[in-house]
Design a protein around this ligand. Sequence first.
Ligand code: HEM
Length: 469
Amino acid sequence: MTGSDVCGAMMDTVILLHLHRDHSYGVIGISVELRTMEAIYIDTYSGQDDIQNRTGELFAMAYRNALALDVLGSLGAHWWFNKHEPEVSWSLFSIVALAPAPSVLLLHEHMPMLQAALVAYSLFVLTLFTSIAAYRVSPFHPLAQYPGPIPCKLSQIWNVYIMWGGKQHEYRTMLHDVYGPIVRIGPNELSMVDKDLLPFILGPQGMPKGPLNADSRLTPASEQQKESYSLIGCRNPVRHAQLRKAWNKAFAVSPMKDYEDLMMLRAVQLMERLEQFCRERPDGVGRVDLAKWISFFSFDFMGDLIFGGGFELMRDDDKEGHWHGMETAIFAPAMCQHVPWFSPILRVLPFAGAPMRAFAQFALHYSKVRAATEVKRKDLFYHITEATLSDSDSGISAYPLILSNAVLAITAASDTTASVLSNIMYYLMSNPEAYAKLREEVDDAFPLSDASPINTERFAKMPFLSGVV
Ligand code: HEM
């Protein structure tokens, strides 16, 4: 039958249509059963309109069903995330990747695959984010009763943004000024500045470790052990206690004396370098970036403490770029502390992960050298290894222990120490009265006339120094 033909009246007509993905359709068969021979005129154009309308309805229904399935999948995913709080990002991403798949297949009946995937995934993500955001600011959230700004309640990304600007400490202080001693600083995080709450927060067993450092290891994958040897990242309380035993012994009174000896050498070196800067100037006033010199001091000292020596930044400057490498490498993992699930992804990103991999290689090299070297001076790993090997129950061998902890220790110990010392110097210089008071206390405890080595036991009787630290 073509065009606007005349055909038989009173007939049952079944039109078989094939619905194309671009919403057009093609007639693939017409079955006509004539009932009478009376001819009537069929306006095929209006017939085509009917078919088009019907097709449109069918298409809209199928489209609606696919989208409804997508929205349901998204709400289901939110429910699952909320219930299970997955920390392994791959399981989280598998769900996000797979949940919209049925909708994609349904939509693909009506549109090209790429378009179907775009529609389904966009709607899925949009619904998921809206649902999560609505829940986080709703009164149903378990932390709803605690005050805090909306961006903090909505996402940890806000905290990454604040940290990126380098003023997180000021921001947090401001929040406590505005909202009081307990502030909701993240969707699932509270900040508390009331020391009376500490016993309740820690509890009788102490608070278990969170995910902050669990996945922030820099050790290359090829060197990672099946079992955790890294104390700082270990979240299993039994394993942590096992590893911690050796560290406790390594920080007992007698080993501390060995570290003090190492530290004194470096402290004297720093003092001499600063004095030299002053002598070089005609007015006798040296002008240096003190924070940088304190960092060099702590990096050199931590090198002595952890790797048995090897760094000479105070003598040679950072000519090999080790310190700069560490500062660059720890920037991205520091950001990830707000979003720990991002750590494994970060490591494989070519640009963001490159400084981390370079620093890991450097630390690994020194760790291997240290692990293979017989120790002349009693450093941290001498004491940790001694304590570990003397404990026959530990089942831990020295090599992975040193490897896993050395990389972390150099970052955990040198940058933290440098930051604390730099801040102390900054505040002392900005508060001349405090500076004078501390100086008086130090001069009393260690008079210039007394040439004997510094006796650190006197620190215990220096209350203002303790207060400053
Ligand atoms: C002023 C300097 C320092 C600051 C501010 C500091 C800060 C911290 C903080 C906040 C933690 C807890 C992290 C967590 O459990 O998630 C920690 C743990 C740790 N720090 Fe430090 N740290 C400093 C110096 C050092 C030094 C000098 C060393 C080693 C030589 C060191 C080694 C460790 C280790 C091994 C842990 C893990 C302890 C455990 O899990 O039981 N830190 N540090």
